[in-house]
Design a protein around this ligand. Structure first.
Ligand SMILES: [Zn+2]
Length: 297
């Protein structure tokens, strides 16, 4: 239930953050972007209102995007899964994980639509990560940097200390941001065009503050695989559309030329959502994923 309510709030963030003139506090009430009607509390219930109104505005009958119920259901499902994985309820670690997931969901859906990641999420995360690491050092319990810097007695009591957690957090931010800057520089040198958006750099830097340096590298690895699969899928989709048109119009365009066109059209794919998948997987399955791939860095 809490996830559904947060999801409804994330929908407002996804709509408002990238748009000029809209902020999280202004306008106060949600309204229909088509007819401007303010929503009553009955029209503002997560998931239920969309279902009851059959996905349409009650005043003007304009269809409401499936993204609204989808984000709410996704948030609720991920919150439930996270609570199940994190164990004893409630815990500070659980709330931090929920917070990071909420940021990733907003970044993902804004990036899909606008090809940018809101600074409120990425820079906000970079500010919050050190503060939260000091407040909740248990976040970095698995990090070997944090364990190395913690004295035996504290480790024996089952955790890492605050300064050690802060060190792991800062190392994670430097590695997360640094590796993407390096890849971006290499990419521009090889292809002669911007290969990496700065939004992605800031997002992985912020995430590194929560999942540590090893976590950031593994998140990037998983994100790259996910993006490659999506990229090939995107290319095939364009190729299919192009070949359909060739068949309809009988232009006799060759497969090779269609493939070249599809490659250009399919090139524009945001990286943020796939990076977000990698970060989310590491956040929830650190022990299984990072330990197995890297040993505990
Ligand atoms: Zn309306």
């Amino acid at each position: 239930m809490f996830g559904l309510i947060v999801g409804s709030f994330l929908n407002a963030a996804i709509h408002r953050l990238p748009r000029e003139g809209l902020t999280m506090s202004h306008p106060r009430r949600s309204l229909c972007p088509k007819c401007g009607a303010s929503l009553t509390w009955k029209e503002n219930l997560p998931l239920l209102s969309w279902l009851i109104q059959l996905g349409k505005c009650r005043s003007c009958k304009t269809p409401i995007s499936w993204r609204y119920p989808a984000v709410e259901v996704l948030t609720a499902s991920l919150f439930l899964l996270t609570a199940w994985i994190t164990g004893p309820f409630p815990s500070a670690v659980l709330f931090v994980r929920w917070l990071v997931l909420a940021g990733l969901i907003v970044a993902t859906f804004v990036d899909f639509e606008f090809f940018e990641i809101p600074d409120e999420i990425s820079i906000g995360g970079m500010f919050l990560a050190p503060l939260i690491s000091i407040a909740v050092p248990a976040l970095h319990d698995e990090s070997s940097i944090a364990r190395m810097l913690t004295d035996e007695a504290t480790l024996a009591a089952g955790g890492v200390d605050r300064v050690a957690a802060l060190a792991a957090c800062l190392a994670g931010m430097v590695v997360g941001g640094g590796v993407l800057i390096a890849i971006g520089k290499l990419g521009s040198a090889m292809y002669g065009r911007d290969a990496m958006g700065f939004g992605d750099v800031k997002l992985l830097a912020a995430a590194g503050g929560f999942i540590g340096p090893g976590g950031a590298l593994v998140a990037l690895f998983i994100g790259s695989i996910a993006a490659s699969i999506a990229g090939v899928g995107n290319l095939l989709r364009y190729l299919y559309l192009l070949r359909q048109r060739v068949a309809e119009r009988g232009t006799g365009k060759s497969w090779v030329r269609s493939l070249a066109t599809a490659r250009i059209a399919g090139r524009y794919l945001p990286f943020g959502p796939y990076l977000g998948i990698g970060i989310g997987v590491v956040l929830l399955a650190w022990k299984n994923v990072v330990d197995r791939l890297l040993g505990a860095i």
